[in-house]
Design a protein around this ligand. Structure first.
Ligand SMILES: [Mn+2]
Length: 120
C-alpha cells in the first residue's frame, strides 16, 4: 500500500505514474475533490493542480471523480469522450443510489484514492 501526503494536488500525477509503472495490476484512480481537475492547461502550466486528473487520464488510467461541485467549460467534452463517470456532490446529497452507481463504474480490482482538500 502506498500512502503519500503532499502540500498540493499536482503531486498526485507523479505518484500515480510511478505506481502505474511499478504495478502489475490495472487500477482506477478515485478522486475525491470539489473540482474535476481535467483542464489540459491552467495558468500556463500543464502540471497545475487544475490539470492533475487530465495528466492521469492521459496515462490511460480509468478515473472516477467524486464529490465534484463545479466543472469548467472544457471538461464536459473530455468527460464524454473518455466515458468518465462523474459523481457530483449534489448527486451524493440527493440520490441514494450514488454508491451503487460509483461502484458499478469501477472496472478494476485495484484502486488508487486521491483526496484533495485543504483547511484554512
Ligand atoms: Mn484537485
Amino acid at each position: 500500500m502506498v500512502i503519500a501526503i503532499g502540500g498540493e494536488h499536482s503531486i498526485t500525477a507523479g505518484i500515480v505514474d510511478v505506481y502505474r509503472r511499478a504495478s502489475a495490476e490495472p487500477f482506477t484512480v478515485i478522486q475525491i475533490d470539489a473540482h474535476c481537475d481535467l483542464r489540459h492547461e491552467y495558468k500556463g502550466s500543464i502540471y497545475d493542480h487544475a490539470c492533475v486528473m487530465r495528466r492521469i487520464a492521459d496515462m490511460g488510467l480509468p478515473i472516477l471523480p467524486f464529490g465534484i461541485r463545479s466543472i469548467c467549460k472544457e471538461e464536459p467534452d473530455l468527460i464524454k469522450h473518455n466515458s468518465i463517470k462523474v459523481i457530483l456532490a449534489r448527486q451524493i446529497a440527493q440520490d441514494p443510489n450514488w454508491i451503487a452507481q460509483a461502484l458499478a463504474s469501477i472496472s478494476t480490482e485495484q484502486v488508487f484514492i486521491t483526496i484533495d482538500f485543504r483547511w484554512n
